[in-house]
Design a protein around this ligand. Structure first.
Ligand SMILES: Nc1nc2c(c(=O)[nH]1)N[C@H]1C(S)=C(S)[C@@H](COP(=O)(O)O)O[C@H]1N2
Ligand SMILES: [Mo]
Length: 325
């Protein structure tokens, strides 16, 4: 019999509390009551069923798989699609990982993105048109959730810098603020009134223009699964996963630093920068190691999730900022 003893750098899984546990406890104390109504329980869904509507699949299928960009070598095996597609954070559909079935209620076509704020001229961007204006490529990226688990995904998409150029921001724009859809009828998790819907995230213009910042429209060689944030989500591989906002409907340019969803919920624990750093623990657990999704391995976490050569320069001379929360 093999008895596994944790080594020094291993942490008990229970120490990494899922983001909701603490909050639901708090909501209970506040007397919010019907949490069950918000937590839509869905069974895991086979990946091939993930695109429920035929038109959504066929119209976009021709863009995938994008040509693989060999610059981004993850150094780890790709997380199996069926595992990844059944283990998601998407609070709009419930505050647990098994939201894949519930997320199939999301209608992703037609889909529009409002571009506004400090731009030459605000406009509505239709997602089908957007796909025609960009060039889709595939990148293998590591993703590190703040809850200390990680995955490796073959995303398809295009650089965020291309979206910024299409938006034609004014020189006064300093930040990009993004929003997820709100539809309580579709996304039952949004009935949880103690969360500050819509989900909001933001980055600086320099971060948005960085080569790594990737607008994701596909995964595993197909149009994006709904549970991954279809039809378009962000991925910032050097930051904790919560920065990578899903199902984006609005992109605004602003001179004020946006306050993100998790910062609003719990500013002591989730900051604006949220760069990965194994040496800066979350107030309630260590960030030193991560559980690799689909394996029983724990591996050491790396600063900037191993993407320092691309991004560390962005944070030089930013003393006094909480860069790693
Ligand atoms: N709109 C929205 N975006 C979101 C989230 C969310 O709950 N809602 N969760 C974030 C978190 S915490 C993580 S780890 C990733 C998870 O992405 P995945 O489900 O594709 O693994 O999405 C991020 N983007
Ligand atoms: Mo996360």
């Amino acid at each position: 019999m093999l008895i596994k003893r944790p080594r020094g750098w291993e942490i008990a899984e229970a120490l990494a509390t899922p983001e909701d546990v603490f909050l639901n406890r708090r909501a209970l104390i506040k007397g919010a009551g019907s949490i069950a109504a918000a937590g839509v329980i869905g069974a895991a869904l086979p990946a091939e069923l993930a695109l429920a509507r035929a038109d959504e699949r066929t119209v976009w299928a021709k863009y995938y798989p994008g040509k693989r960009n060999p610059k981004y070598k993850p150094g780890r095996p790709i997380t199996p699609e069926d595992i990844n597609a059944a283990y998601n954070n998407f609070y709009e559909f419930g505050s647990h990982k098994q939201i894949s079935r519930a997320a199939q209620a999301l209608k992703v076509r037609p889909w529009t993105i409002r571009i506004d704020g400090l731009v030459e001229k605000p406009f509505i961007l239709d997602f089908d048109d957007l796909l025609k204006k960009v060039s889709i490529e595939e990148r293998l990226y590591r993703h590190r959730c703040v809850e200390a688990w990680s995955m490796t995904v073959p995303w398809s998409g295009f650089p965020m810098a291309d979206l910024v150029r299409l938006a034609r921001p004014l020189s006064s724009a300093r930040f990009v603020r993004m929003e997820t859809f709100v539809d309580k009828k579709v996304a039952r998790g949004q009935l949880a009134h103690w969360y500050p819907w819509p989900y909001v995230e933001g980055v600086t213009m320099a971060e948005a223009m960085n080569a790594l910042a990737f607008m994701v429209t596909g995964a595993y060689g197909k149009p994006l699964h709904k549970q991954f944030g279809a039809p378009i989500r962000l991925h910032l591989p050097w930051k904790y996963g919560f920065k990578s906002i899903k199902s984006i409907v609005r992109v605004s340019f602003t001179d004020k630093r946006p306050k993100s969803f998790w910062e609003t919920v719990q500013g002591r624990e989730y900051g604006f920068w949220a760069n990965v750093n194994p040496k800066v623990p979350h107030p309630r657990w260590s960030q030193a190691t991560e559980r690799v999704l689909g394996t029983d391995e724990r591996v050491p976490t790396r600063i900037y999730n191993g993407y320092g050569p691309w991004v560390a320069h962005l944070y030089k001379n930013m003393k006094g900022e909480r860069l790693f929360m």
